[in-house]
Design a protein around this ligand. Structure first.
Ligand code: GLA
Length: 353
């Protein structure tokens, strides 16, 4: 693989990295002001940054072997460059000037599996710019800027889950986050358990249209319930008067928030696993963001010894499943599950074990 020096013919001034994330519980709750529970994964995205010798930004992605030159007036970019440039633009929007830079990107975070490769790229880029330019923002502000880059320059009206996870989580703990107040708590994994993540091999499709549609359904449900956001309702019975579709969407969000809050009180691996199973059923039946391949993969996990529970993770419509398994068994379980899943004609692969 190429490095910064081979591409730009000079040494970089700074280097920064950020991990991908997997969400353990609290799916489709963040844009409802609710609660989430992600952890970081070992795979990281790294940027090397140096000053550009001319008046343009130059970006290079080692994974994609793609080079992009950006004029100062550029407004629309494609692919990885829109995330990188989006970060530069949001930093400028809050009043800092960014001189022309060279940015070299390399990453081991899988793209399109729901493990936040885009947020990892945003957080790594912003960390790199922060250290290159001595910018004064903290890790929470940095996550918020990353979210703005995603919304304004990548066109996804996402919540704050991914960028907060990539900016603040580590691989040894779970990060409980209240997405309204941004209050957070670092929690240990359930005793005697570790995680496995397997990609279904089905690329996410309809992810952005389905995502935005769910988002507006939730807003409509909150409005009909007379609350600012679905986070303000904790009793699942409260949705009984809503029309069928909105009732299902709201019930998922309310029960999912309750599941995350239950973890805060400290639960065993067994109970945590049951909450994950319930989360999957809710995402499948009420929120309708699962697909048959994800259901099959989750089913194989759930029927395997040493598995406490499993669910789809990320936005859904394809992507990956996460499972909580007995400590020390991750490698054995992932191998067995993958074999069984691929024997059924799929092309899954292991992402974390
Ligand atoms: C995507 C979004 C997040 C969150 C999840 C679903 O990853 O970027 O903000 O909404 O989907 O939980």
């Amino acid at each position: 693989m190429m490095d910064y020096k081979q591409i730009f013919n000079a040494a970089p001034d700074v280097q920064a990295s950020a991990p991908g994330r997997v969400n353990l519980l609290g799916e489709h709750t963040d844009y409802n002001d609710g609660f989430v529970l992600p952890t970081a994964i070992p795979q990281q995205t790294t940027v090397h940054i140096g000053y550009s010798p001319n008046d343009r930004h130059h970006f290079y992605s080692a994974n994609l072997e793609e080079w992009v030159d950006v004029n100062p007036e550029e407004t629309e970019l494609k692919g990885f460059a829109k995330y990188v440039y989006g970060c530069i633009r949001v930093v400028e929007t809050i009043g800092y000037s960014v001189p022309p830079v060279n940015i070299f990107v390399s990453s081991s975070v899988p793209i399109g599996s729901g493990l936040s490769s885009s947020a990892a790229l945003e957080v790594a880029t912003l960390r790199g710019l922060r250290s290159l330019l001595g910018l004064p923002f903290d890790d929470v502000k940095l996550a918020q800027l990353g979210q703005q880059a995603e919304i304004q320059y990548a066109g996804v009206s996402c919540g704050i889950l991914d960028q907060m996870a990539c900016s603040l989580a580590d691989t040894e703990h779970m990060l409980f986050l209240d997405t309204r107040t941004l209050k957070r708590q670092i929690l240990p994994f359930p005793t005697g358990a570790e995680i496995v993540v397997i990609d279904s091999g089905v690329a996410r499709s309809l992810a952005s249209s389905g995502y935005n549609q769910r988002r507006s359904e939730c807003e409509a449900a909150a409005q009909q319930l007379g609350v600012r956001a679905l986070r303000d309702v904790s009793d699942p019975q409260a949705v009984s008067q809503l029309p069928n579709l909105l009732r299902k969407r709201a019930r998922h969000v309310i029960t999912e928030n309750n599941r995350v809050l239950q973890v805060l009180s400290g639960v065993s691996a067994e109970v945590f696993g049951q909450l994950m199973n319930a989360s999957h059923a809710s995402l499948r039946d009420d929120y309708e963001v699962s697909i048959p391949a994800l259901d099959e993969l989750v089913d194989i996990f759930q029927n395997m010894p040493d598995v406490f529970g499993a669910r789809l993770t990320g936005a859904g419509f394809g992507g990956a499943c996460v499972a909580l398994v007995t400590a020390g068994k991750a490698k054995a379980v992932s191998k067995q599950v993958l074999t069984k899943y691929n024997q059924a004609g799929h092309k899954g692969h292991i992402l974390v074990d």
